[in-house]
Design a protein. Structure first.
Length: 368
């Protein structure tokens, strides 16, 4: 049986991790054996992996050790196709194939704007290394899958790749379950009629702009004290955000809760959803927000939100890192009535079945 192996660092909550697990579960029901290869312990998303999917942990301490582990993994497990997340992991996967006896096909997942990822590197050397390796090695990949047209165009421009090297396949995010969340969350704010619930879901890391959202919420709250903010997520910014909430006496009005399986119910029953990122690829949670009737505020960051929200009712794009626009958007939507969004035609491209069909076409081309 052909084996497709998904390479991800961990099963921590994140759009990439969720997407890879969904793909592994789906492909495992077809002619492929799915395997998830990881190296960091922990992660709530591990519970979502279905029986039959192989889970393999490798010992990784740095990029050099990842290279040697992948060489060993290729030769021992003999995967047919490798699908990587993150640009640097893609580079290491391609490099490992050059030194291994077994030569799997390699698909590099392009899930964020390439230049933005480079600029957020820890130091100049890391940025230089990522750009240099990508310029050399990405041409040696069998296929690059971008999650949005913007991500594809950015790669073509930055790395001077042939157009055929990069295909766009939107994340297969939506399933039939997304039509089945009518039950209210077990949280008292969702049972109060006189408040406006603002919701944000995602990793609490600097590029997601959650701290800046809390600062903007504080200003919006001064105009409308019926506002409440629920943040679902975990990450390195949590301590800083909680301290700000305490320092400004917002504990009764802002709540941060860890990621939970029923997060979609929180999203579905909120009044306003906010994505305040500095950069994205095609944010999964924004796709899920469009599938509900929640009013949407999103930064028009590179890339994805502008592409996804084009023509979507009850949505508003704002500039990146613009507190005034965010405050005004929250206040505007807080006094407008929640209405049914109606059909969003391009949302069909984000259903798991549609995504898997396109991936299978790519696999067929690679294996012929």
């Amino acid at each position: 049986m052909k084996k497709i192996s998904f390479i991800i660092p961990s099963f921590q909550v994140g759009g990439t991790e969720s997407s890879f697990i969904r793909m592994a579960n789906s492909f495992n029901k077809s002619e492929f054996q799915s395997e998830l290869v990881y190296w960091f312990e922990g992660g709530e998303l591990r519970e979502l992996i279905e029986p039959g999917v192989i889970i393999t942990k490798i010992k990784v301490t740095n990029l050099l050790s990842l290279l040697f582990r992948l060489i060993g993994y290729y030769n021992k497990s003999k995967p047919t196709i490798i699908h990587t997340s993150m640009y640097m992991i893609g580079n290491i996967a391609i490099l490992a194939r050059l030194f291994s006896k077994h030569k799997p096909k390699i698909i590099v997942g392009a899930r964020s704007d390439f230049n933005s990822v480079c600029k957020t590197s820890k130091n100049f050397f890391d940025e230089f290394l990522l750009r240099k390796l990508s310029n050399i090695l990405f041409k040696k990949s069998d296929q690059i899958i971008a999650v949005s047209k913007g991500v594809k165009n950015g790669l073509l421009e930055s790395l001077k790749l042939e157009k055929s090297k990069v295909k766009v396949i939107y994340n297969g995010i939506l399933t039939k379950k997304h039509n089945n969340y009518s039950i209210l969350p077990n949280h008292n704010w969702f049972h109060m009629e006189d408040i406006c619930l603002v919701c944000s879901i995602g990793r609490l890391s600097p590029e997601k702009g959650i701290f800046e959202l809390v600062c903007a919420f504080r200003k919006a709250f001064k105009v409308n004290n019926n506002l409440r903010l629920i943040i679902i997520g975990e990450g390195e910014e949590k301590k800083r955000i909680n301290q700000y909430i305490k320092d400004h006496s917002l504990v009764k009005y802002i709540e941060i809760i860890d990621f939970r399986d029923d997060y979609y119910s929180y999203l579905n029953h909120s009044d306003i959803f906010v994505l305040n990122s500095y950069f994205e690829g095609m944010p999964s949670i924004l796709v899920e927000a469009v599938s509900t009737n929640v009013k949407i505020i999103s930064t028009n960051c590179m890339h994805g939100p502008g592409e996804l929200l084009q023509g979507v009712p009850e949505s508003k794009l704002i500039d990146v890192n613009n507190e005034d626009q965010l405050v005004n958007a929250i206040n505007y939507f807080s006094i407008s009535k929640k209405t049914k969004r109606g059909e969003v035609k391009h949302l069909k491209d984000f259903y798991i079945e549609e995504s898997m069909k396109k991936y299978k076409n790519v696999f067929a081309e690679l294996l012929n």
